[in-house]
Design a protein around this ligand. Structure first.
Ligand SMILES: [Fe+2]
Length: 231
């Protein structure tokens, strides 16, 4: 069975955080050109998914999976194959209930050890049974990759699979990190293959000047713009 090129953590122009400038169809078009076969839009606290988008993706031979990056007890959690009720989860207890009632969903810990309040850190270990996979973040250089190393160690300790994503905020890095999954183009089969670690992590090293200078500057600039346009 051949490998599917997947991008399972994507923010879009409809993200309430308002720091992504590309529409969903623009993202699908680019993903198609770059050979992706599976995508999941995972905007902050809202599910951006519709029959029209699904059909548009299908017209490009792409399977679109509904998803969300939900803030739960101030921490980010990725829920894939999410139903609309996932928007209402506010505690890890509720996440556990949701998972019990929606066994077809797939829960990923995004960038769990990166600095910042939104990263799971200890909450990942305290709730490890809720998670199906750990994310290997795009944001690293060859030398500065300590947060991902910690994530991989934890995944090994708990025998969890690792997936890599580009957490699309800055579009030019969309293809910098992705996961190849040996599965049929079917949601169930894709999650099953990830659980069985039939995956290949592709995550290119950033240049040090991108990591330390250009990307932090660009993200800071976008925050500045957002602050003034939201006023
Ligand atoms: Fe994200």
């Amino acid at each position: 069975m051949s490998y599917l090129k997947t991008q399972l953590h994507i923010h879009t122009g409809q993200d309430p955080e308002r720091d992504v400038y590309q529409s969903e169809t623009e993202i699908i078009d680019r993903a198609y050109r770059q050979g992706y076969q599976v995508l999941a839009f995972t905007c902050h606290n809202v599910i951006i998914f519709s029959d029209e988008l699904k059909k548009y993706a299908e017209s490009k031979r792409i399977l679109l999976i509904p998803g969300i990056e939900k803030t739960i007890e101030k921490k980010h959690v990725l829920i894939l194959n999410a139903s609309i009720e996932a928007q209402n989860i506010n505690s890890f207890e509720q996440l556990g209930e949701y998972k019990k009632n929606n066994p077809e969903c797939f829960i990923v810990a995004p960038h769990p050890f990166y600095p910042g309040q939104i990263s799971l850190n200890k909450d990942l270990i305290n709730n490890i049974k809720l998670f199906d996979a750990i994310e290997f973040s795009w944001f690293h250089t060859k030398k500065f990759n300590q947060y991902n190393k910690k994530a991989v160690q934890l995944a090994e300790k708990y025998n969890l699979p690792v997936i890599s994503t580009s957490d699309n905020h800055i579009f030019r890095y969309f293809d910098s990190s992705f996961t190849l999954i040996q599965a049929k183009k079917d949601v169930k089969d894709i999650f099953s293959a990830i659980r069985q670690k039939k995956t290949k992590i592709i995550s290119h090293d950033l240049k040090w000047w991108d990591y330390f200078i250009f990307i932090p500057f660009e993200m800071g600039f976008r925050l500045f713009i957002k602050y003034f346009t939201l006023k």
